[in-house]
Design a protein around this ligand. Structure first.
Ligand code: PSV
Ligand code: MN
Length: 420
């Protein structure tokens, strides 16, 4: 399904008057609204190719119908999201779940929707059909060098797929680790992993980045070989200046201060990218901003402050896939939550905050933060969407245009997207 410009125009026409009133109200309270709206309009968030189908748990999966069965259909779905939001003009591929068979045709299709290819992701956390050696006991950390070699070759192959599509980064997330004490020599596991990553790093094109993503737990439950930001940073520092740590919100132990991690990684010039999601208990893969929007805002404050100071450019991606909502509506909510947190951090009186910090005026610090957090910035985001030719209210438009019904009509009810 392709959304027509006239559909969006009609939707916007219906909501314009209400929108203008709300915008005038916030423009009265916030300085520099024009600049902020432009910054919001420029923000692009990558959609992972594995989040377009219904997610599942190990207990079951309840498919909703009309899911994309091919990479081409996934690109069409992101095209739909991008037409509605104007902020999701990028896709992140997971290999081998989504191998582009004809790279030129796939790239042309994506560009017809205004979509570019973000980081490509490798997968050595599952065994694939016809794969020679198993990753049951790890991949890059493995005691057998043949398994390590297989994992390295896979990552080099992923880079090749990415090159053909115009990607400029590879994200390596390893499920390597151990589930029982005594199972693993931590030091050897680290050294093997580093050596394997070095082999991949040496195959990296000079204008590419490598993101080393960490996770504290799951699928291994005693130790993870890239288990926290310290280990990620250590690998990235040892690899070289094209390597960075990648932070995924759901990959921390409960109550970790993620905003502080972000701040320090940015200080070191070693934060490469971000995976957005939300969680209550673990890596729950919930919609961004659905549980803890204040944390998201605090993280964005650090991102914005750090990027302003260092001019670093980050890769933003949603990494959530759960099992209840329509996956496209879920992604629309996630994109909105990211933009809300971004906009709130842009309206923050950062000079005032600096002054209050220097005066140890803790009360004022909190007042300033919460003033920004409690401002309804949604009209600024809707205005940015208007500028981008997208919809004032994406979810309302998705429903009025009966997007899911159309997708089911085109693809049927018995569809299953590739992914976990
Ligand atoms: C692992 O939990 C992760 O966050 C990694 O980014 C994977 O690539 C992705 O989820 C999909 O399993
Ligand atoms: Mn992730």
């Amino acid at each position: 399904m392709r959304i027509q410009r006239s559909d969006i125009e009609q939707h916007n026409h219906q909501h314009l008057e209400g929108h203008r009133k709300k915008l005038a109200f916030i423009a009265d309270q916030v300085a520099d609204t024009e600049k902020i709206i432009n910054q919001i309009a420029a923000m692009q968030i990558a959609i992972p190719s594995w989040a377009l189908g219904t997610g599942g748990t190990r207990f079951g999966r309840f498919a909703g119908g009309g899911e994309p069965g091919t990479l081409e259909q996934k690109i069409e779905d992101i095209g739909l999201l991008h037409a509605l939001t104007g902020s999701s003009g990028a896709i992140s591929l997971h290999i081998p779940w989504d191998i582009p068979k004809d790279a030129t045709a796939v790239a042309a299709l994506a560009s017809s929707f205004g979509i570019r290819f973000d980081a490509v992701n490798s997968n050595t956390f599952q065994d694939q059909k016809d794969q020679k050696l198993s990753y049951k006991f790890g991949s890059m950390q493995h005691v057998d060098r043949h398994v390590r070699k297989q994992a390295i070759d896979h990552n080099l192959q992923v880079i090749e797929y990415g090159k053909a599509l115009g990607s400029k980064a590879i994200t390596v997330w390893l499920s390597d680790g151990s589930s029982f004490p005594g199972q693993l020599d931590f030091r050897k596991a680290f050294e093997n992993t580093l050596e394997s990553l070095q082999s991949v790093y040496s195959g990296l094109p000079s204008n590419w980045k490598m993101f080393v993503e960490y996770k504290a737990f799951e699928p291994n439950f005693y130790s993870m070989t890239v288990g926290d930001w310290g280990q990620s940073l250590l690998y990235a520092q040892k690899l070289g200046n094209q390597a960075y740590a990648l932070v995924d919100l759901g990959h921390h132990l409960p109550n970790a201060n993620i905003e502080q991690i972000v701040s320090l990684l940015l200080m070191e010039g070693k934060l490469g990218g971000f995976h957005f999601n939300d969680s209550k208990y673990g890596d729950d893969d919930l919609t961004v901003g659905s549980i803890n929007p204040y944390q998201l805002f605090l993280i964005f404050n650090e991102l914005v402050a750090g990027m302003d100071r260092t001019g670093q450019d980050l890769a933003w991606m949603i990494d959530a896939s759960h099992n209840i909502k329509d996956p496209l509506e879920d992604l629309l909510q996630s994109v909105e939550a990211i933009l809300v947190a971004y906009a709130q951090s842009l309206i923050l009186d950062s000079r005032g905050l600096e002054q209050a910090r220097n005066e140890n005026d803790v009360v004022r610090c909190q007042e300033l933060l919460q003033q920004a957090f409690r401002t309804d910035v949604r009209p600024l985001i809707a205005e940015a969407r208007l500028k981008n030719g997208a919809a004032i209210h994406p979810i309302t438009a998705f429903r009025t245009l009966e997007c899911r019904k159309n997708l089911i009509r085109e693809r049927g009810t018995e569809t299953k997207a590739t992914g976990l």
